[in-house]
Design a protein around this ligand. Structure first.
Ligand code: HEM
Length: 290
């Protein structure tokens, strides 16, 4: 399952993403994709099984499969950038963005589930919650949205916890991108830990001043590849934010202002996440453009 860049240079994909190889012979469509096994993975908690519970399970499972692929691709993006291969990195970022676009739309399938139908099995799901999606947190951590408090939801799940701690301590996409830019002459000061708001703004302004070159038409295409990559990062950030907006709207439509099964306030909590940004400098840069 590994491509050339992955197999030649990277060993991380299989250890992090759980991408494995192995054969079935003779091969058929069903055996290759393990369709029979896949079909056995939807186990309802309601008894007798509520008609809508398979929808609820399958939509979450497909999200998790796409999350798995996103992590696999993002690992390669990081590795390629560390090897200074900007165009290849951008190629795989485009794939990540294309997946995320599907994920924004997919949530709406749930709107075909009436609020009362969800109530028919919701209490059986306690205390399971999207809070415990370790792959969602992994993507957030890789993209730079690192909040230590989320680790506590994984204390019972050793493998997920250790993986997330590892991701928490690794450079984010923005840091990897800035690492590349610094190696190529850009002066991008890091905001020192503990800086107050005013100081942070000064460091941010200095970075933006440098990053503006990527958006400068006068450089006559010199930074066109870096511009392209920066805009794919913005695509990802925008789509994550759109996913949050669509998710919270669907949640309100289905459960109103009830508390979440994960114990949060529900819609109130989800609304508080809408303005999280993975690449704040690239967003603020727009205001500085003249
Ligand atoms: C009936 C459909 C759904 C409802 C009512 C619902 C409800 C909620 C609620 C109330 C929360 C806040 C945490 C809590 O207290 O539980 C939450 C978080 C979350 N949900 Fe959903 N959800 C639904 C569908 C989905 C789907 C299809 C996904 C796909 C992966 C998903 C992924 C998440 C994630 C990742 C979080 C954590 C968000 C964050 O902390 O920023 N949810 N959900």
């Amino acid at each position: 399952m590994q491509n050339k860049e992955g197999s030649q240079k990277e060993k991380h994909s299989s250890s992090y993403g759980g991408i494995t190889s192995g054969g079935h012979s003779p091969l058929s469509y069903n055996s290759y994709l393990m369709v029979e096994e896949l079909k056995k993975l939807q186990v309802c908690q309601s008894e007798p099984a509520h008609h809508d519970e398979p929808l609820f399970i399958i939509i979450h499972q497909t999200y998790e499969l796409w999350f798995k692929l996103m992590i696999h691709e993002l690992d390669l993006v990081v590795s390629l950038l560390n090897q200074d291969k900007v165009r290849r990195a951008t190629h795989y970022m485009r794939r990540v963005v294309a997946i995320m676009r599907v994920l924004v739309q997919q949530i709406h399938i749930l709107e075909t589930m009436a609020p009362r139908d969800f109530l028919g099995f919701r209490d059986k799901l306690n205390p399971a919650s999207g809070f415990q999606s370790s792959q969602f947190r992994e993507i957030e951590f890789m993209a730079g949205l690192k909040e230590e408090r989320f680790l506590q939801h994984f204390r019972q799940d050793k493998e997920a916890y250790e993986n997330l701690v590892k991701r928490f301590n690794e450079p984010s996409l923005e840091e990897v991108f800035y690492g590349y830019l610094r190696r190529h002459g850009f002066k991008l000061p890091t905001t020192p830990a503990g800086s107050d708001e005013e100081e942070s703004r000064k460091f941010e302004a200095a970075r933006i001043e440098e990053l503006l070159a990527l958006y400068d038409d006068e450089t006559d295409g010199k930074y066109i590849d870096l511009h392209d990559l920066a805009e794919r990062f913005i695509d990802l950030d925008e789509l994550i934010s759109l996913w949050r907006t669509h998710h919270v709207t669907v949640v309100e439509r289905i459960i109103g202002f009830k508390r979440g099964t994960g114990g949060s306030e529900g819609v109130g909590y989800l609304r508080s996440t809408l303005y999280k940004r993975c690449f704040p400098d690239l967003w603020h840069l727009r205001t500085a453009l003249k």
